[in-house]
Design a protein around this ligand. Structure first.
Ligand code: ADP
Ligand code: MG
Length: 607
């Protein structure tokens, strides 16, 4: 039975409550304050936009944005805090041709509803500036002051009156990361303004005004990109794409380094990300993403920017046409670029070693079969007669299996049925039969070893993971957001066997790595880990730790394309049987496929 209710229970909310609710939609976190204030500065035509953040031991304590834009007269300055008060549009018709960042007149009202705001502004054409202090939506003071032309807005006590929202905030590091991301996105979207971001007085990002796209990208996202990026510039009658993409070899495990702006507005768009990936086609493996820095211009009448409270998402008319235009632009650019000549510098001996190793795998098959079996010679001495490079591969695999040797011991659990190894196919799969010979198993050797390593790393995480010092530290250059993500997670990395420390203003040096990684570490692995950390900064420390563990396991594991001896296959399967979940790898992909006799019979139409 529904509960009986009284009459007259539906009431209008008072203004304060309405404003606080509305504010919650626009202002999610300190980074939203930064985004809104910066966008107002952009709309005011500022040449220079300075963002200053102060951080206490726990939280972000203040956000200040100052600009050299048009400023406001005193009456406008007061009006600017009223909800739905804007100078940017006048009526519904204007909504279909928006050329400014703002248009709803909600940001300042929302910010002022949940914090204390001090605004100082002076318009061109007047000598007197205005200072307004407003807290929780209440004007505390309005006075004349002297001020340079432009506007400075300082926001303190963010969410002081919305404890629920404040509790929801993540660590100051995470919130800072969002601020970096927001400023980067705006600086990329607005190369016509110079940007400077400081945190507690320390400069974190600085850009000059420029019309050169490549310069914008390297200024914002890091100078080491300049050797990597492939410029892109293409268009159809309804849109233009400008910016840069990277060679397939420089892809990432997530879409975190795909930076998009549409008509000067930083946006996230799964459709556009898909379109970009589609442009790479099979050049990059499934589940990986390129880096891309794209500024897309689309006829404003085809873009609805009024679909998301923070204006982060857009809706496109003639979406198919636009999306396929983007895919084609990427494809054409890649087709006309020399992809072999990779721009990635070889940075360490480890890298060189891995290049050589991959050469062996790509040798034509026959050359591995130089030695003909000699009649009467035993199988093992036949093995010895194989070319030396073959030994190198076996030896590497042996080392990898030794590192997980503890899994050989009978750990009590054995989640696999007993099986007899039949052999290896395609240097990547182990074929086996069940004891009763009525079931066929196909085991992915890489996925299997990945699972083994992952389990071992998890088990040893608390006891301390064995590490090895690198003779030559591996130096990785990172952008501001990545640097922050890395420093915020140094403890986790230490726990997992890495020793990483700052190395100059833009780089980190990796001095030790988990033992299981052996000699196969390259900068791309560190980039993979860091970009996961950037994207997953919202996740808990445990989840981040798991993700990194899975990446280490993936990198440290025996690869597909490695020939295995009978003994190695047996050890691998034995180790796998002692894992917690032998049937799936840490990424959730299958490790073992099995076909019962019945299934085989059915497949051959015998039943
Ligand atoms: P919107 O940007 O959607 O118009 P806001 O609440 O962000 O709404 O700002 C309200 C108005 O205040 C703007 O329309 C603009 O006229 C004025 N304003 C805000 N910030 C600035 C600034 N930095 N310089 C000049 N004018 C500003
Ligand atoms: Mg605005």
């Amino acid at each position: 039975m529904p509960e009986k209710r009284d009459e007259g229970v539906i009431r209008l909310l008072d203004d304060e409550t309405v404003n606080t609710i509305a504010a919650g939609e626009v202002i999610e976190r300190p980074a939203s304050v930064v985004k809104e204030l910066v966008e107002n500065a952009v709309d005011a035509g500022a040449d220079m936009i300075k963002v200053d953040i102060t951080v206490g031991t726990q939280h972000i304590t203040s956000v200040q944005v100052s600009d050299t834009g048009c400023g406001m007269y005193a009456s406008d300055a007061q009006m600017s805090f009223v909800r739905h008060a804007t100078s940017k549009i006048r009526g519904p018709d204007d909504l279909s041709r928006i050329h400014t960042m703002g248009f709803r007149g909600e940001a300042l009202a929302s910010i002022a509803a949940v914090s204390r705001v001090t605004l100082v502004t002076r318009a061109e054409g007047t000598d007197v500036g205005t200072e307004i202090v407003i807290e929780g939506g209440e004007f505390l003071s309005v006075s004349d002051v002297s001020a340079p032309r432009g506007t400075t807005i300082r926001v303190d006590n963010i969410f002081f009156n919305t404890p629920a929202r404040r509790k929801f905030l993540k660590s100051r590091q995470t919130e800072l990361l969002h601020i970096y991301r927001a400023v980067e996105a705006e600086a990329f979207a607005h190369p016509e303004s110079a940007f400077r971001l400081r945190v507690n007085g320390k400069e974190k990002l600085r850009t000059q005004r420029t019309t050169a796209m490549a310069q914008t990208i390297t200024q914002v996202f890091g100078t080491d990109l300049s050797s990597q990026i492939i410029p892109i510039s293409a268009g159809t009658p309804v849109m233009r794409v400008d910016g840069a993409i990277v060679r397939p070899a420089d892809c990432r495990p997530n879409a975190g380094e795909i930076h998009l702006c549409v008509n000067g507005r930083p946006v996230t768009s799964p459709q556009i990300v898909r379109a970009i990936r589609a442009g790479y086609g099979t050049l990059i493996p499934k589940g990986r993403f390129p880096m891309a820095y794209l500024s897309i211009r689309i006829d404003t009448s085809l873009v609805d920017v009024n679909v998301h409270p923070a204006k982060r998402e857009i809706r496109l008319s003639r979406e198919k046409e636009i999306i396929s235009g983007i895919t084609e632009a990427i494809r054409d650019t890649l087709q006309t670029t020399d992809l072999i000549q990779s721009g990635t510098p070889v940075t360490s001996q480890d890298n060189r070693a891995s290049v050589q190793a991959s050469v062996y795998t790509h040798l034509p098959k026959q050359s591995q079969e130089v030695a003909e079996p000699i009649p009467g010679v035993t199988k093992s001495s036949y093995g010895n007669a194989q070319p030396e490079r073959f030994h190198i591969r076996y030896a590497t695999t042996d080392k990898q299996l030794r590192l997980t040797g503890n899994m050989d011991e009978d750990a009590g659990v054995n989640l696999l049925p007993p099986m007899r190894i039949i052999g290896q196919v395609a240097d990547g799969y182990i074929l086996a039969a069940s004891r009763d010979n009525d079931e066929l198993f196909i085991i992915d050797q890489h996925a299997a070893h990945e699972r083994i390593l992952y389990d071992q790393l998890c088990e040893r995480r608390n006891a301390g993971i064995q590490r090895q010092e690198l003779l030559v530290p591996l130096v990785v250059e990172l952008n501001a957001a990545e640097k922050l993500a890395l420093s915020a997670n140094i403890d986790i990395l230490l726990e997992l066997g890495f020793i990483v420390d700052e190395f100059g203003p833009d780089a980190f040096a990796v001095r030790a790595v988990p033992m299981v990684l052996g000699k196969r570490l390259g900068t791309e692995m560190i980039h993979d880990i860091v970009s996961d950390l950037v994207v997953e900064s919202r996740k808990s420390a445990d989840e981040r730790c798991d993700r990194i563990t899975a990446t280490i396991a993936c990198r440290g594991a025996i690869k597909g394309g490695s020939p295995l001896t009978q003994e190695q296959m047996e050890r691998l399967v034995l180790q796998l049987s002692h894992t917690s979940e032998p049937y799936t790898c840490p990424h959730g992909r299958p490790v073992i496929l099995s076909y019962s006799q019945k299934e085989l019979d059915r497949m051959f139409h015998r039943t």
